[in-house]
Every structure is written in C-alpha cells, then in structure tokens.
Ligand binder design. Sequence first.
Ligand code: NAI
Length: 250
Amino acid sequence: MALDNKVALITGGAGGIGLATVRVFLRQGAKVVVADVDTERAQAAADEVAHEGAPGAVTAVGVDVSDFDAFQAAVRTTVERFGRLDVLFNNAGIAGGKPLLEHDPEKDYHPMIRVDQDSVYYGILAAGRQFRDQGGGGVIVNTSSIYGEQAAELAFTYSAAKAAVISFTRSAAYELAHQGTRVVAITPGRVATPIINQFSPELRALFASELLRNTMTEPEEIANVVAFLASEESNVINGTVVSCDDGYTV
Ligand code: NAI
C-alpha cells in the first residue's frame, strides 16, 4: 500500500477533511496521530476509525496549533508513540468573516491569522526540524483554499492567511529541498464539512452550482489527493499548489 508504515500527524483530524484523511491514510497502511484542539473529539474520532487500520495504528492528541510549544509537543508525542514522523498534514483551520470596515483587529484579524496562518509556519518548523533530525525526507501538505488565490465576500482575513500558506509552501520547499523534504499546498473548494454545512441550504446549493460537477465535493475526495501527495508516487510534485476545487477557478 502507498502509505505502508508512514507515520502521519493530521491537524484538525477530528473535522471533515481531517477525519476523512485519517481514514484514507489508515486504509493505505499509515500510522496516524489525530490532532485537534478539541481533545475529546480527537479521541472519539480516533476510536471511531481505529478498526480501519492495523491494530494500534491510530492515536489522538489534543493540540492548539496556534501555540508553537503545543505544536512541537504534538510532534514529540508522535515520535514517542510511533518512533518517527513522515507526513504532516497542516489542515486545522477556521473560517468566517465580516465586511472589512467593520473589523475589530483583535477579533476579526489576529485570532484567525494565528489559527490559519501562524499554525502552518509552526508546523513547517516543528516537522522540518524533526525530519532533519531523523536524517531527512518527509512531506508536509499545507491546506490553502480557493480563497488563497481569489478574493471573496467576507473573507478578507481568511484569504490573507490562505495566500500566506501558498507563499510558505513555496519558500519552505525551496529551503528544505536540501534535506529531501517536500512541501505542497492544496486548494480545496466547497467541501461538504461542518465549516460549509453551517450555511443555509440555499447558499450551499449556490456553492455546489459553482463547481463543474454541480455537486459539493466530498471530504474523502480531498483526502485521496492528500494521500497521493504524501506518497512517493508524487515525488516530482514539490513547492506548488495542487488545485482540488472541481474547476471552481477555471
Ligand atoms: P472542519 O471545521 O470540519 O475541520 C476543522 C478542524 O480543525 C476541526 O476539527 C477543528 O476543531 C480543528 N481546529 C480548529 N482550530 C484549531 C486549532 N487552533 N488547533 C487545532 N485544531 C483546530 O473544516 P474542514 O472543512 O474539514 O476544514 C479543514 C481545512 O480545509 C481548513 O483549513 C479549511 O480552511 C480548509 N478548507 C476547507 C474548505 C471547505 O470547503 N470545507 C475549502 C477550502 C479550504
């Protein structure tokens, strides 16, 4: 299997895309740490999917990814539990927004930047150092968004953070290539997860109509892309953005 014995840390692992990726990774032979700010949900998610992998192949850790020390601790926990780290999926994120001129920077800018942007930098640092210390290699998949490439209504801060994720990806791939580490970004769009399901049925129908297949993307479809990027089958893909938006941006 493509991810046999790879050790993966998946942030936001209790959420829509994160949990779907945990499942796909387990089915492809990986050992997985489900990392989420909500420790109980992370544990429940790990328990729920445990039967899909080898015995003992999944564990949970509570981590606020916007806290660098906590992120480093999650990497340490991964190594203590499974002996190494091969893949970091920087997936945890929050969405939402307001008209720009109504912003209070302390509520509408800094908190989201910490979760959606700073966390990706922290993950690159923590995982990149671990990869270096274990002799090189490793893959980091960062979650950007269609809004990292395009402006959108009520998405000023989210767009800024997701654009930074693309920049981090390019620069980190460039800086870490010497140690054999790959860094790739994905730009999902309109995936049927709690982040999107909070909107009205009318708005969700509009979202779906913006995609070429006219239907919302399923989390597992994104997970399959992440699994490919984490595997050696995609060794030639590095420092770039892999669009998985069902044609939203064409
Ligand atoms: P979700 O809301 O289902 O999952 C997000 C997970 O991240 C949750 O389990 C949440 O508890 C966790 N999380 C939030 N803040 C955290 C923190 N500080 N520390 C650790 N964990 C934290 O959302 P979804 O859709 O699965 O989103 C995953 C990623 O995909 C996010 O980065 C999101 O911005 C991105 N994305 C989603 C799209 C969609 O259409 N659903 C489109 C483009 C990007």
